[in-house]
Design a protein around this ligand. Structure first.
Ligand code: ADP
Ligand code: MG
Length: 265
């Protein structure tokens, strides 16, 4: 059945915030269908409504109009089938690495022995073996995001929502995390929605890249990326595709190249 192959469906959804006596349209009317197991990147300049859309899917915000469905159900609030990961890992500093990874699982009915094995498996998968009992405030930015990734995946959500998760990391760490995320995605077949303002990052990771206009955000372009994986940021094919996407963006937005490059690179 076709419905079973759809992970996320956004129909006619828009979001308007009221601030004092002013209305801010954060997200213009949006339609979006994401297939099960797809890796979709949402690309757009700061303030165009990317986080708003992700929050609607996560159930942290409700649309002003329209509907959002995830895993065949209308989204009415947060759920363990969808996990949102941010740029700031937001770990609990008073808990160890292991306790942080276990945090979400503890809210479920999973038994202690099974919890331990799931937690250890994810700690190993994100290459933090040996750091289990360490404090999270002693970790580097990249390691903190690894903990956050392990914590998100430990509860085995069908959908992983990532809001500029590697935005604060240096290029080398970011590249490594891309490769690891791609390999985890391949092995688990999660549906991933990944927000970024970086064209090259979107091209390196996505099966599909959806481009947002500046505020109020709406989807103005779509690129299918069929380059072989794993992809590295410096791969010639990724660089070439990035240039192609940039060319189309320049045309679509009818803006000067300088302005666009500032917004998207
Ligand atoms: P992005 O993630 O693309 O940078 P956001 O979705 O965070 O953009 O925000 C889109 C627009 O909506 C911005 O102009 C932002 O200031 C506004 N906005 C976001 N959240 C709120 C809020 N809670 N109240 C008022 N305005 C908001
Ligand atoms: Mg944002």
């Amino acid at each position: 059945m076709i419905e079973n192959t759809i992970a996320i469906q956004v129909q006619n959804a828009f979001k308007t915030y009221v601030a004092g006596n002013r209305e801010i349209q954060a997200l213009a009317t949006t339609d979006l269908t994401i297939r099960l197991g797809e890796f979709v990147c949402l690309l757009g300049a700061s303030g165009c409504g990317k986080s708003t859309l992700l929050n609607l899917i996560a159930g942290l915000e409700t649309p002003t109009g329209g509907t959002v469905m995830a895993n065949g159900q209308p989204v009415t609030g947060p759920g363990t089938d969808r996990v949102l990961m941010f740029q700031d890992a937001a770990l609990f500093p008073w808990l160890t690495v292991k306790e942080n990874v276990e945090f979400g699982l503890k809210q479920t009915k999973t038994q202690k022995a099974q919890r331990d094995s799931i937690v250890q498996n994810w700690i190993d998968r994100v290459r933090l073996t040996g750091f289990e009992n360490g404090s999270v405030y002693q970790l580097s930015g990249g390691m903190r995001q690894r903990v956050a990734l392990a914590r998100s995946l430990a509860i085995d959500p069908a959908i992983l929502l990532m809001d500029e998760p590697f935005g604060a990391l240096d290029a080398l760490t970011r590249d490594r995390l891309h490769v690891e995320l791609e390999s985890i995605w391949k092995a688990t077949r999660k549906t991933i929605v990944f927000v970024t303002h970086n064209v090259r990052e979107a091209v390196a990771l996505g099966d599909r890249v959806l481009v947002f206009s500046p505020r109020p955000g709406r989807i103005i372009g779509e690129f299918k990326i069929t380059l072989p994986r794993p992809r590295m940021l410096e791969d010639i094919s990724v660089v070439k595709k990035t240039a192609e996407v940039m060319d189309v963006l320049r045309g679509a937005l009818e803006a000067g190249p300088g302005e666009l490059e500032g917004a998207y690179i």
